[in-house]
Design a protein around this ligand. Structure first.
Ligand code: HEC
Ligand code: HEC
Ligand code: HEC
Ligand code: HEC
Ligand code: HEC
Length: 214
């Protein structure tokens, strides 16, 4: 539309009107998406912790903060001291970290010792048994189940934690990777390698009711 860029000033109002109209349309579409689009559970946290920052800016991996996943049912969340190992020095005065220092840093002038709790994001019903170590030691990567968490500003729940989701993989396993890639969110899924590992490691997840319900 070259005429929009012509020097004739009398087209300027039209151009502005078109631009404003376009911006409003986009804003409307975004609002509609937020109002009526899919909603995923992402509770507010006492400290606005971002996986995106820690994976991308701090270059960490999942196991650095969730090492229990390797040897127990729970992956767990890191304690405040492990945050302070960095944050006594990195952005020590950030208001986003005030609650951390108040709770766990006796050197801080605002120290109260009052603990805080992270709000649970993923919740399976109590009648289901899930075990992290049974998965990650058999080549199922963190982000095969927690897809996209490494780019999230606010932690969001697994969209579908239904029995159908578990069974879809237990009946016909997918996404198996070399063990050293378990906590690498950049790993590119390789179906051929996955099938080879399934055979080599004789991977055969249970599908009986008592595999997951006791
Ligand atoms: C710097 C430490 C750190 C790193 C690195 C880290 N996490 Fe976390 N993670 C946390 C903290 C703190 C929470 C609790 C706050 C929240 O839910 O955002 C959490 C929460 C979670 C939760 C939700 C817990 C719940 O309540 O259900 C999942 C799932 C998770 N992390 C997976 C991962 C995965 C996968 C990676 C690697 C891609 C990773 N984390 C890397 C610190 C970390
Ligand atoms: C096979 C799918 C699967 C894999 C692989 C997996 N998770 Fe999970 N994760 C889950 C489910 C399901 C829950 C909810 C468990 C519950 O509510 O009992 C969960 C919960 C969590 C939680 C919340 C705290 C807890 O222990 O319940 C964290 C943190 C977490 N996962 C991190 C990780 C990390 C880090 C990895 C990789 C080392 C990983 N997960 C691999 C499915 C998976
Ligand atoms: C390995 C070091 C390291 C550890 C451990 C660590 N962080 Fe961080 N954190 C960083 C870096 C690097 C940044 C980004 C700094 C920047 O933006 O310049 C950051 C940023 C943040 C921010 C944003 C602050 C702001 O003002 O933008 C919050 C909040 C935060 N971290 C919370 C936590 C919590 C909670 C823990 C413990 C679960 C934790 N961090 C553990 C390195 C770390
Ligand atoms: C992406 C694939 C995948 C998903 C999704 C998945 N699993 Fe698994 N699961 C596996 C694999 C692989 C094993 C290991 C099988 C083996 O060792 O031969 C396993 C093992 C298990 C075990 C240990 C018993 C056994 O059969 O080896 C339990 C319990 C289990 N899964 C429960 C669950 C539940 C509950 C869910 C859903 C919340 C789930 N799994 C989702 C792939 C998956
Ligand atoms: C691989 C794991 C797995 C296996 C095997 C499994 N279930 Fe489930 N089951 C689940 C999960 C996950 C849920 C959903 C829990 C939730 O909503 O938090 C569930 C939910 C249920 C529910 C509750 C219904 C509902 O809507 O919440 C019943 C009843 C049930 N399962 C029965 C069975 C029976 C019977 C079998 C054997 C034929 C079986 N399950 C096998 C994982 C499993």
């Amino acid at each position: 539309m070259p005429q929009l860029f012509s020097p004739s000033a009398n087209r300027l109002p039209l151009w502005i009107a078109l631009s404003v109209g376009f911006v409003l349309a986009v804003a409307g579409a975004i609002t509609a998406y937020h109002l009526w689009g899919p909603k995923l559970y992402a509770p507010e946290q006492p400290i606005p912790f971002s996986h995106a920052i820690h994976m991308q800016k701090a270059g960490m991996n999942c196991i650095a903060c969730h090492s229990s996943a390797l040897h127990s049912a729970k992956a767990g969340v890191p304690d405040s001291q492990s945050c302070l190992a960095c944050h006594k020095h990195i952005l020590p005065d950030s208001p986003k970290l005030a609650r951390l220092h108040a709770s766990a840093n006796p050197d801080s002038p605002n120290y109260t010792g009052e603990p805080f709790r992270w709000n649970k994001v993923n919740k399976l019903a109590a009648h289901v048994q899930f075990d992290h170590s049974a998965h990650v030691n058999r080549g199922v990567g963190c982000t095969t189940c927690h897809e996209g968490i490494d780019t999230q500003e606010r932690t969001t729940a697994i969209p579908d934690m239904s029995m159908g989701w578990c069974l879809s993989c237990h009946r016909s396993p997918y996404g198996i990777r070399p063990l050293e890639e378990i906590s690498n969110p950049a790993y590119q899924d390789d179906p051929e390698l996955s099938d080879r590992l399934i055979e080599q490691w004789q991977i055969d997840p249970g599908t009986n009711c008592n595999t997951c319900h006791h």
